[in-house]
Design a protein around this ligand. Structure first.
Ligand SMILES: [Zn+2]
Ligand SMILES: [Zn+2]
Length: 97
């Protein structure tokens, strides 16, 4: 799947953070490991839980599903996930060519 921090590279490294309710695990690319480790608890939660659960309001596809499959559900996904998909579009086009 694609790194949820930069949305550019394949997420190959695992980062974990202890929370009151347990441990949250996320995957990032090698470039983003340090960044992910330096995030606040809130920032970590936001990137690895909240952001990935966000869904397109039209087709219901989650950002997590898009990052794993590199397939958007509908054109509206590009609007709802504009911030995340902009760098991802480069990755998608690289795969096509
Ligand atoms: Zn990254
Ligand atoms: Zn959609």
């Amino acid at each position: 799947m694609i790194c949820p921090v930069c949305f550019k590279e394949e997420a190959t490294e695992t980062v974990t953070r202890e929370f009151v309710g347990g441990r949250i695990e996320g995957k990032v690319c090698a470039n983003c490991v340090l960044h992910a480790q330096s995030l606040t608890a809130n920032g970590f939660y936001n990137i690895f839980v909240q952001q990935q659960e966000k869904r397109c309001r039209r087709c219901g596809r989650s950002l997590n599903e898009i990052m794993q499959t590199l397939l958007v559900g509908c054109p509206h996904c590009y609007t709802d996930f504009a911030k995340q998909l902009t760098p991802l579009i480069d990755v998608l086009q690289r795969r096509d060519s």
